[in-house]
Design a protein around this ligand. Structure first.
Ligand SMILES: NC(=O)C1=CN([C@@H]2O[C@H](COP(=O)(O)OP(=O)(O)OC[C@H]3O[C@@H](n4cnc5c(N)ncnc54)[C@H](O)[C@@H]3O)[C@@H](O)[C@H]2O)C=CC1
Ligand SMILES: O=C(CO)COP(=O)(O)O
Length: 341
């Protein structure tokens, strides 16, 4: 059955972009947020003044601060709040959910307890509902300007994949399907770490060869980690892998890149986060992935170096130079485990 009604849980930039595409596609869409004044502005002026002030929104999009009203009877619920709040919000809407309603996470982060990705958190809280993940190179502000973009809907449930593809596809947003939700979701979470590292490199004024080296070696490192976690390595050659890594490591629209850039310019981590004023998921993801890599003995020199800069005050230039002299990679550039290097 095609999706006829949707809820989007989260009032930030990405939630608003997804809600607006759904409304443009004629789907009855309710967007839930905590802030009354933003909900009023969406309903009356058709604008999200805090997150997307320059984007006229579809007048059919309804905003609400009533979570029950938003999720009740929606064919699909998109969850688009920062990772630290996904469990809390899912626990709140669970009492109003029916088993046939699909849940789709757009959140690119990790819950530290048990190293859970957001779709796993949703399944944990709502075990009776089909769950999917939407991820890809999707800078919200560009999609809001209707610049051409593509994303991936990943789920083990083929009906969910097909229905979400149809619901979101339009002349400026193309949606591919994947049956590797774990790989797609790991790609979205991991690339934020390397966007921070790329931000350092840009602030240090290093050139395009350096950027290419960072992006390519990041891809090798994140694929190695994801394969150890059970993902399909081919996923990392697609939009949710190299696609998202490339855009986030190259664009000052990325919040993670901006945090790295600010630190490369000499700001402290706290100053960088404060000046951003939005969520940069990579800061927390870096901590959790480093711990997991140590625990599982996965070779991740870029994660280790980035951690030293962010949390131990190491100088980014010295860390970069140290990495150049680090453990020699053999001719096996894409080794899947430390033993192969
Ligand atoms: N902005 C982007 O370009 C993209 C973001 N994403 C992901 O989507 C997720 C959300 O990102 P954005 O919308 O950009 O974030 P944002 O920072 O623009 O907005 C987050 C929203 O969640 C709300 N929120 C925070 N804690 C909450 C709680 N406990 N209960 C209810 N609402 C809460 C905030 O008030 C805000 O409305 C992130 O994990 C991000 O990685 C994914 C693709 C693109
Ligand atoms: O995930 C994103 C683009 O695909 C957005 O990245 P940031 O969270 O770094 O802004």
């Amino acid at each position: 059955m095609p999706i006829q009604s949707a809820a989007v849980v989260g009032g930030g930039s990405f939630g608003t972009v997804i809600a607006n595409i759904l409304a443009d596609n004629g789907i009855q869409t309710r967007q839930w947020m905590r802030d009354d004044s933003i909900a009023d502005a969406i309903n009356q002026q058709h604008i999200n003044p805090r997150y997307l002030p320059d984007t006229p929104l579809n007048p059919a999009l309804q905003a609400t601060t009533d979570l029950q009203a938003a999720v009740t009877n929606a064919d699909v619920v998109f969850v688009s709040v920062p990772s630290a709040s996904v469990r809390e919000v899912a626990e709140k809407f669970l009492p109003w959910l029916q088993a046939e309603q699909c849940l789709v996470s757009t959140t690119k982060g990790i819950e530290p307890e048990n190293f859970m990705l957001m779709s796993q958190v949703l399944s944990d809280v709502c075990p009776d509902n089909p769950v999917g993940v939407l991820s890809g190179p999707n800078l919200a502000k560009e999609i809001a300007r209707r610049e051409l973009a593509a994303s991936v809907i990943a789920s083990e449930n083929s009906d969910l994949r097909r229905e979400v593809q149809e619901a979101l596809s339009c002349d400026y947003f193309r949606v591919y399907a994947s049956n590797d939700p774990h790989g797609v979701e790991l790609g979205g979470a991991l690339k934020n770490i390397y966007a921070i590292a790329s931000g350092f490199v840009a602030a240090l004024g290093l050139g395009e060869n350096t950027r290419s080296m960072i992006i390519t070696r990041s891809l090798a490192e994140m694929s190695r980690f994801a394969v150890q976690m059970g993902a399909n390595p081919l996923t990392f050659l697609g939009l949710a892998g190299v696609g998202d890594l490339f855009v986030t490591c190259s664009s000052s629209l990325s919040r993670n890149y901006r945090v790295g850039f600010a630190i490369g310019e000499g700001k402290t981590l706290d100053e960088a986060i404060e000046s951003l004023g939005e969520v940069a998921e990579g800061v927390k993801t870096l901590r959790y992935v480093r711990e997991k890599a140590i625990e599982s003995d996965i070779y991740m020199p870029l994660v280790m170096g980035t951690y030293e800069v962010l949390f131990n005050g190491a100088n980014p230039k010295q860390v970069a130079q140290g990495l150049m002299r680090g453990e020699m990679a053999s001719d096996v550039e894409f080794a899947l485990s430390r033993n192969e290097i």
